[in-house]
Design a protein around this ligand. Sequence first.
Ligand code: AHR
Length: 318
Amino acid sequence: MTVAALGGLVAASALAGCGDGGGGSGDSLTLGFSQVGAESGWRTANTKSIQESAKQAGIDLKFSDAQGKQENQIKAIRSFITQRVDVIAFSPVVESGWETVLKEAKDADIPVILTDRAIDSPDKSLYKTFIGSDFVLEGKKAGEWLVKEYEGQDDPVNIAELQGTPGAAPANDRKAGFADVIKAEPKFKVIASQTGDFTRTGGKQVMETFLKAHPDIDVLYAHNDDMGLGAIEAIEAAGKKPGTDIKIITVDAVHDGMQALADGKINYIVECSPLLGPQLMDLAKKVNAGEEVPQRVLTEETTFTQDQAQEALPDRKY
Ligand code: AHR
């Protein structure tokens, strides 16, 4: 190898934020993983699951944090291609704009696994499999709880919605699934809907503006726990009681969200499991061995009421 080529590899490795390497034993599988960032409790638990499972599976993990930026993910994927990793996996920040870089991976003969979030390309040959939740179904479950909660009541129900990161699959799909269910009953009115970027700070700031503009909010639907938790701070600061004056539905069921649910500050949580690590390592091994894998691997998930949260909390893993 020339000195220039070696320099390129070192630079590429630094760029990818070479994390948790399994010691580079030579014949072990090397997995390049590009993570969205650290925007939420869900993401932190997801990163931990991936890093721990890689270690357990003896997989050499090159972990890269994109800090919420698609351009960083594209750079990381290109760097994984340069490093000739065996498999690339990533959780796409947004749904669109991946074709070019994924074609580069395909041309380099490096299989790609999508985790957690989908891309919107019709070309399914760009990746081997996609493991993650059904976000539309999550939105539907949130809507179904609401419909039941207000069953038999004719008064209008004013809903504020905190959306996830613009263009991200969970933001698009959770919005669509929820809208699809509540549209059957005209009493449900989404009077405010804005992004809080899946963060606690975002949820708090946007909720403050919602509360000023709309003193008559009955329900908050937040696309994740963190935004819901931020909104709770804003609601309390405005002198209202979260869970009572404003009913709150969120998605994820991370520990802090479950605690708020058990404490009566959230009314319902739709679970979205971040513990994708073990299945991802399994799929990476299979894909690397040239075995057939299903195009879509769905995660199993449930929902929680306040009573169920109290029961589940002691054994909750994230
Ligand atoms: O893609 C999964 C979503 O991303 C989680 O629901 C949210 O908390 C995270 O930021």
